[in-house]
Ligand binder design. Structure first.
Ligand code: NAP
Length: 463
């Protein structure tokens, strides 16, 4: 009997798993179960709107979705429309590729004041993710602080300071463009608790900041002479050492820039850890403690200073949403698994497996590993799979979205795009379903019945 495999989550982790399975088990049947009508996970909702070339991988994913053994069940929420236990009963193998969509909290006093957001929520907001479009951040601010020295912090900072002309070929939704380009932002500070050589920025992304039309990147020259890649504070791999050296060369270039060269400034503040969010009704600044490195770790020096700012976004990592039937490690925030194996016939791939690290292509290795595990474990197959899922969803009145449905939604987005822009995203589930001619009371009720609520930090929680 051909194997029936359910992949939960239609982002890069899910799609690389499907394409590996198509090669290793050519006659298997693969069903994607995805909470949103729209596929591609972080490609659509996480990758920055001005990084369209990164999003091009979705064309390869669409080919995978078009394979004859593959079906897409979008607009099906795990834990609401179908449970993990039901999927494990129905399919020979179930792969968790749910990503890690919740922000790690910045645990400082005042860190939950209005004006403070996590990156998952803030990026979801400017990327038109239906769960975050109502985040409504107050953008009437001159100064912004980003916490974290990874590519997500860079993405957000860049989107906040680029000009409308620089974003014209992006798919930034209209409401976010209006809020961001109408904001009086003068300065964005990216705060790192360690030094420039320890930052996790990739050099391609860091170097992009050199040529912005209206913003100059700045760094204090004194920060570029401490804790160098070959110094005693750094037991780096050769790969990390090469990256750190490239980044330092880019930072040296930033350190020579004239701060008055452009109207906006993007400052890198290294060796500083946030200790308190200041302000009464909302954030008015951050109090930070200067740090020094000891055995590669940031240690507080007891010297404090403040940065005024009206918006704080922490980009300090992600974790998974708790879901019944999914064992999540409290410490790491990812699925408890051994090299991708979660239990009998139960697997994990992508960020759900290994945490929020690596680039899109890193997920390919996870997909190959899951396909190899399924090949090792596979019994005779024979579970009912797709037909049983369809019957169950029909009985529950769930209006699932097929891949052909998604292609109609996408065609509507492309048709509505401004000249030069790739698409105008539909941001509400009811508007996506309306494209399909399913604007019925039932579809509306399904769309409005999402159990997710956005907390003050922007994190999703289950009611
Ligand atoms: P990341 O690269 O792991 O960076 C997280 C940053 O947060 C680190 O600088 C970390 O500092 C800092 N941090 C953690 N806890 C902190 C705390 N309590 N206080 C202050 N700082 C804290 O994560 P990310 O930026 O979220 O990116 C996730 C993954 O997606 C990465 O692999 C990234 O490369 C990838 N990504 C790639 C692109 C691209 O290729 N264009 C774009 C976006 C994301 P320490 O180092 O000191 O722990």
């Amino acid at each position: 009997m051909p194997l029936s495999i359910a992949i939960i989550g239609a982002g890069p982790g899910g799609f690389y798993t499907a394409s590996a399975l198509i090669k290793s088990h050519p006659d298997c049947r693969i069903d994607f179960i995805e909470a949103l009508p729209t596929p591609f996970g972080l490609i659509r909702g996480g990758v920055a709107p001005d990084h369209q070339s990164t999003k091009a991988v979705s064309r390869a994913f669409a080919k995978t979705a078009g394979h004859e053994g593959v079906a897409y069940f979008g607009n099906v929420r795990l834990g609401q429309d179908v449970s993990v236990a039901e999927l494990r009963d129905t399919y020979d193998a179930v792969v968790l590729a749910l990503g890690a969509p919740m922000d790690r909290e910045l645990e400082i006093p005042g860190g939950d004041k209005p004006g403070a957001f996590g990156a998952a929520a803030f990026v979801g907001w400017y990327n038109g993710h239906p769960d975050f479009v109502d985040l409504n951040p107050d953008m009437n601010v001159e100064r912004v602080c980003m916490i974290g020295n990874g590519n997500v912090a860079l993405d957000i900072a860049r989107v906040l300071v680029k000009t409308p002309a620089e974003m014209a070929t992006s798919d930034l939704p209209d409401y976010a463009a209006k809020a961001i380009h109408g904001a009086p932002i003068r300065e964005v500070t990216i705060v790192g608790r360690r030094g420039p050589a320890q930052a996790k920025f990739t050099n391609k992304e860091l170097s992009e900041l050199k040529d912005m039309a209206n913003c100059v990147p700045l760094v204090a020259p004194g920060d570029l002479t401490k804790d160098l890649p070959d110094g005693p504070n750094n037991q780096m791999s050769e790969r990390d050492r090469r990256l750190a050296k490239k980044n330092l060369a880019t930072f040296r270039d930033f350190a020579r820039r004239d701060p008055t060269d452009r109207r906006k400034r993007l400052r890198f503040q290294f060796y500083a850890k946030p200790v308190e969010a200041l302000g009464d009704a909302r954030i008015e600044g951050l109090r930070l403690e200067r740090t020094r490195l000891q055995n590669g770790r940031a240690i507080g020096t007891g010297e404090f200073f403040e940065i005024p700012c009206g918006l704080v976004v922490s980009a300090i990592g992600y974790r998974m949403v708790p879901i019944k039937g999914v064992p999540i490690d409290a410490e790491t925030g990812v699925v408890r698994n051994r090299c991708g194996r979660v239990g009998p016939g139960f697997y994990a791939a992508g960020w759900a497996k290994r945490g929020p690290t690596g680039v899109i292509g890193t997920n390919k290795g996870d997909g190959d590993a899951v396909a190899a595990l399924i090949a090792q474990d596979a019994g005779p197959g024979g579970k009912p799979g797709r037909e049983a899922l369809e019957a169950l969803l029909r009985a529950r009145g769930v209006r699932w979205v097929s891949f052909q449905d998604w292609q109609r939604i996408e065609a509507a987005e492309i048709a509505a795009a401004e000249p030069g822009a790739p698409r105008r995203k539909l941001i509400r589930i009811k508007d996506m379903l309306a494209v399909l001619g399913q604007d019925s009371a039932e579809s509306q009720a399904i769309a409005d019945n999402c159990p997710c609520v956005i907390g003050r930090s922007g994190n999703i929680s289950q009611e």
